[in-house]
Ligand binder design. Sequence first.
Ligand code: NCD
Length: 319
Amino acid sequence: MTAPSLTRRHVLDLDDFSAGEILHILDTADAMKEVLAREVPRVPALRGRTVVTAFYEASTRTRVSFELAARALSADCVNLNVALSSTTKGESLLNTVRTLRALGADVIVMRHSQAGAPYLVARYLNICMINAGDGAHAHPTQALLDLYTMRERLGRVERLKVAIIGDIRHSRVARSNLWGLAALGAQVALCGPATLLPRGPELELLPTVALTTHLEEALEGAEVVMPLRLQLERQQSGLLPSLREYRELYQIDGARLARAHPRALVLHPGPMNEGVEISTEVAHGAQSAIESQVTNGVAVRMALLYLYGHGEVSDVRAP
Ligand code: NCD
């Protein structure tokens, strides 16, 4: 396995990652996948290190895969049970992380409903921070595992036609994917009702990204089709006329998938609302790589913990 060559302390978003850095992470994830295929899927790389998962918002796959990744690298892994933590007694986020650091945490994997929360911690505290999703802002590790799955299944990301469909505006997955896909040279169509399409100035920085409200247009020739969950918990009322109408216009079902490239891959970050943004037949059909995404998530998170938690942490200086 190659020595870690990345010098970042944090993984907050992909917006400042070069193509080279992303590809290095994906290559490292290939090596981690080999580790996971062994009879005893464990290496000593992070022995003596402590990874803490601090999830202030619900999660199944992201938290579990980080924990499995940490264990496969022989790190100690502790989950902060936020509902039973001192947060409920009014402790601030920074003080909670200071406490975790004093207890020996080397890496904090954080999910928070407030966009920017991991940035705050990364700015003020001397600890390695991995953003596992902040509000509607960013979810870099999900984007990396999506890129990994595309490359694994389709052989490349460069010039790949990718259609991301649905609630783009509230999706941290879509936002992080946009940066990663753009860095690796994919062509992206973002599709959904006008009220759920993004309006950020960043879009101007991404010339390979197009917006459309017409599903047929987005699907035409698409090699990756990624429907997203409607983020009902982040929506103000009035953005969607009804779920029924959304389903009729934007649900990815077999007939609609047939308009994409014949070997198009279906990805979904999960959790799925089967029967809303995706039909059951497509979700579990031959073109679906949704379960592979989940499996690949462990290897990609191992790669990140390995690269960022190995050797780097002891050298960091307080800002
Ligand atoms: C996503 C998330 O939490 O941002 N899920 C995930 O991490 N795999 C998407 C979602 O919540 O819909």
